[in-house]
Design a protein around this ligand. Structure first.
Ligand SMILES: *Cc1c(COP(=O)(O)O)cnc(C)c1O
Length: 368
């Protein structure tokens, strides 16, 4: 399914005839942005089919998709997505963070879901094309950003069981406010013992909608119990940490170690996770990627050996975890302030993303 290297896609750009006015946009950007509630005026669409490969790249008005009701995405869930942000720097320039890593991950997800692989350079170009028309939607308030949601669906109208022979790739974008509007505050996490988000040999390492569909019921249970997220355990022994529904997890030890579950085949390989591993090494912490049992977490918090726990992902960057709750236990203190190491790494990562410190690892790519 890996098409031979083709010429870069040529885009047709058709500006929206109902784009919001500068005043309307300013009013939206000045309000409570939240996350994923507002969308920019345009979107990217690229078609793929088996005979022609990737073709028909367009930027056009944001709006509904027309799909054949037999499109396989609607029946067999052939869908993958990405999450990546654009950051406005103090001089007005617009940057994104490690798009090659997201583009490569989209390819790995595509391989697992038998969808076509978009060349990584085309992934980055699709973000650039959208920014070219919608750059005014990148907010400038502290810790705000424009969140891109690239996604791919199988569009072929065919109910037979096989990899779809037609697909489409889209990018939409949503201005996002600071995730923690009132300052970074620790959250409590519910340990899911009844449900897994991924199976051995399943799609846990792919960023696909189906994984999220499977995590919604435990997520709703957690919220009903006063927790903001779910911690999932390994699907084989039900003993080792995997991750939250959409974030990876780290434990910080008082003795200078920082530990995260090793990629198991069912854990999603977060780009924030990988970046934090690098920043932790840079600051001389001893980094360990290995199996971590839930008992190690509980015992370590009780004994004080584990001083901080946090979750990470593009949307919230780093979220301190104050408490872990299960059916018959609760460890940690939700009222304790966020840990020092957690906050230092969070500051360093966001300082890089917003251009406030040198980008020593070459992670930023300018979009405009
Ligand atoms: C997207 C995602 C993450 C975080 O990945 P980032 O690249 O850091 O945003 C973690 N877990 C799951 C299940 C995800 O879907």
């Amino acid at each position: 399914m890996n098409a031979p290297a083709a010429a870069p896609l040529a885009y047709q750009v058709a500006l929206s005839d109902h784009a919001r006015s500068a005043e309307q946009r300013a009013a939206i950007l000045a309000g409570e942005l939240g996350f994923g509630r507002h969308f920019t005026d345009h979107m990217v669409a690229i078609q793929w089919d088996k005979a022609n490969g990737w073709h028909d790249a367009r930027v056009h008005a944001y709006g509904p998709l027309a799909l054949d009701p037999a499109a396989s995405v609607l029946h067999y869930g052939q869908e993958i997505f990405e999450g990546i942000k654009a950051y406005r720097h103090a001089d007005g320039s617009i940057w994104t963070f490690r798009p090659d890593a997201n583009g490569a991950r989209l390819q790995r997800s595509a391989a697992r879901l038998t969808l076509p692989q978009l060349p990584v350079a085309e992934f980055t170009e699709s973000l650039r094309q959208l920014i070219a028309v919608d750059h005014a939607w990148v907010p400038s308030a502290a810790e705000s950003s424009l969140y891109f949601r690239p996604f791919m669906i199988a569009t072929e109208a065919f109910l037979g069981m096989r990899a779809a022979q037609a697909a489409a790739y889209y990018v939409i974008a949503s201005p996002a406010g600071a995730y923690f509007a009132k300052g970074v505050a620790p959250v409590s996490i519910w340990l899911s013992e009844d449900y897994a988000r991924a199976a051995k040999g399943g799609t846990g390492a792919a960023k696909c909608g189906g994984n999220y569909a499977a995590s919604l019921l435990p997520q709703m249970e957690a919220q009903a119990l006063g927790c903001s997220q779910v911690l999932f355990l390994d699907p084989v022994e039900g003993k080792y940490l995997e991750e939250l529904g959409g974030m990876n997890v780290f434990l910080v030890y008082r003795d200078g170690r920082i530990v995260t579950p090793a990629l198991s085949g069912s854990i999603l390989e977060g780009i924030t996770r990988e970046s934090i591993l690098q920043l932790a090494r840079d600051r001389g912490l001893q980094v360990e990627e290995r199996k971590v049992s839930v008992d190690e977490w509980k015992d370590g918090v009780v004994s004080g050996e584990i001083s901080e726990v946090f979750a990470c992902g593009t949307a919230a960057v780093i979220t301190p975890i104050g408490q872990l709750k299960g059916k018959d236990f609760a460890v940690g203190d939700i009222d304790a302030p966020a840990g020092e190491v957690t906050m230092a790494i969070r500051k360093e990562l966001t300082d890089i993303q917003y251009g406030r410190v040198p980008d020593r690892h070459g992670w930023l790519v300018r979009l405009r």
